[in-house]
Design a protein around this ligand. Structure first.
Ligand SMILES: O=C(O)c1ccc[n+]([C@@H]2O[C@H](COP(=O)([O-])O)[C@@H](O)[C@H]2O)c1
Ligand SMILES: Cc1cc2nc[nH]c2cc1C
Length: 345
C-alpha cells in the first residue's frame, strides 16, 4: 500500500487555536483537548461533527500456540464467546449498547464452523486456527494476503456506509502470544519485555509463555531485521485474525476514518498497519492502557497516551468502547463551549 495522507495539519493548528480560546485556562482540559484537535484534523473541519456513528468490528480467531500452555483458558472459549457476542451479553456488547456503538463480529480463523450464526459472521473466514508460532510460520504468504484483503474489504464496507470512528476488537484464546511476539519483533525487544499474563497465567506458565515467544523470535532469525516486511512478519509470528485487523486499520486510515485502539492485540495490529500503509498511525488514538507490557511498549513507540487506565484486560474492543464517552465529550467541548473573550470581554 502507498503512504497515507495524514490528518490535516492546517485544521489541527486551527483547532489548537480554537481550543486555546475557549472559556478555560489554556490546557485545562488536558488530553480531552488533544483528542478533540485530533478528531478535527481527521475530519478536516473545526469544530468537528458530533460522533453519531461509531462501530467496533471484532476479528475472532484461534491460535495453535494455545494448545501449548500459554493461556489460562482452552481454545473452545473462542467459539463460545463469538456466540455470546450475538446474544448481546458479552462484555463489549454490553458496553457497545450502553454507548451507542454498533458491534460486528467476524470469524476469521475460529476452530469451529459456528453454524446457526448470521452468514456475515463467516463471510471472511480464512482458515481454522493459525499454526503454533514457536514451531512454524503461523500462515502462508497467500493466507496473509487473503486475510489483509478481507480486513481491507471490511473497512471499505464500514467507511463506505458512514462510520465516523472505528474500533478493531479481538477474540481468540492464545492471541496475546502472537501479539507480544509481533511487537517484540517490530520494537527489537526480547521476549521478557513483552510477555504478559493474558487471561491470567502466572508463575511457571508465564515463564513457559516467555520461552515460547523467545523460540518464535529466534525461529524468525533475520526475518525480524530491518527493513521489516509486514506480510512476512504476519506469516511468521501473526495469525489470520491479526492480519485482517491490520488490513482493516490500514484501509480505514487510507480512507480517512480515525481508529480508536484497544488492548495488546489491537495495538500489535495497528503497528503492522503502519508498516503496511506508512503513516496510518496518524489516524490512530489509544482508548485505554491494558495490563499487557507489550501494549504499553507499542503505545510508547507510537507516541500515544491512552485515555483510560483501568487495569482492563478483556480485549474484544472493550477498553476502546469504554473510552467512547470521553471521545464524544472531546468533540462536544470544541462544538459547545463558549469563547473566553465572549465571557470576559
Ligand atoms: O486486550 C488486551 O490487552 C488483553 C489482555 C489479556 C487478554 N485479552 C483477551 O484474552 C484472550 C487472550 O488471552 P490469552 O491469555 O489466551 O493469550 C483474547 O481473547 C483477548 O481478547 C486481551
Ligand atoms: C471468558 C473469556 C472472555 C473473553 N473475551 C475476550 N477474551 C476472553 C477470554 C475468556 C476466557
Amino acid at each position: 500500500m502507498s503512504p497515507v495522507v495524514p490528518p490535516s495539519a492546517e485544521v489541527a493548528a486551527q483547532a489548537r487555536h480554537w481550543v486555546d480560546s475557549l472559556a478555560k485556562p489554556v490546557g485545562a482540559l488536558g488530553r480531552l483537548e488533544d483528542v478533540g484537535i485530533w478528531l478535527a484534523a481527521c475530519q478536516g473541519c473545526c469544530p468537528p461533527e458530533p460522533l453519531r456513528d461509531i462501530r467496533v468490528v471484532v476479528f475472532a480467531g484461534d491460535h495453535g500456540v494455545a494448545a501449548h500452555g500459554v493461556s489460562a483458558y482452552p481454545s473452545a472459549v473462542t467459539a463460545a464467546m463469538v456466540r455470546l457476542f450475538h446474544t448481546g451479553r458479552a462484555g463489549v456488547a454490553v458496553l457497545a449498547r450502553q454507548h451507542g456503538v454498533r458491534l460486528r463480529v467476524l470469524d476469521i480463523a475460529v476452530d469451529d464452523d459456528l453454524v446457526g450464526l448470521p452468514a456475515d459472521v463467516g463471510a471472511h473466514k480464512i482458515r481454522r486456527s493459525s499454526e503454533p508460532i514457536h514451531l512454524s510460520d503461523a500462515l502462508t504468504v497467500a493466507q496473509v494476503r487473503a486475510a489483509v484483503g478481507a480486513g481491507r474489504a471490511v473497512a471499505e464496507q464500514e467507511c463506505g456506509s458512514g462510520a465516523q470512528l472505528l474500533i478493531s476488537g479481538d477474540m481468540g484464546i492464545g492471541n496475546t502470544t502472537p501479539s507480544a511476539a509481533l511487537i517484540a519483533a517490530m520494537l527489537g525487544l526480547p521476549a521478557e519485555d513483552v510477555t504478559g499474563r493474558g487471561t491470567g497465567i502466572d508463575g511457571a506458565a508465564l515463564a513457559h509463555k516467555r520461552d515460547l515467544i523467545a523460540q518464535a523470535l529466534s525461529r524468525m532469525g533475520d526475518r525480524r531485521a530491518a527493513p521489516l516486511d509486514p506480510v512476512d512478519l504476519l506469516a511468521g509470528l501473526g495469525s489470520a485474525d491479526i492480519a485482517a485487523s491490520a488490513g482493516f486499520m490500514a484501509r480505514s486510515a487510507d480512507l480517512g476514518v480515525p481508529v480508536l485502539l484497544d488492548g495488546v492485540v489491537s495495538v500489535a495490529a495497528a503497528m503492522v498497519a503502519d508498516l503496511l500503509a506508512p503513516g496510518a498511525a496518524r489516524w490512530f488514538a489509544a482508548g485505554h492502557r491494558s495490563t499487557e507490557p507489550a501494549q504499553s511498549a507499542a503505545l510508547a513507540k507510537l507516541g500515544l497516551e491512552p485515555l483510560l487506565d483501568l487495569g482492563m484486560r478483556l480485549g474484544e474492543g472493550s477498553g476502546a468502547v469504554a473510552a467512547v464517552p470521553l471521545v464524544r465529550s472531546a468533540v462536544l467541548i470544541l462544538r459547545e463551549m463558549a469563547q473566553l473573550a465572549d465571557v470576559v470581554g
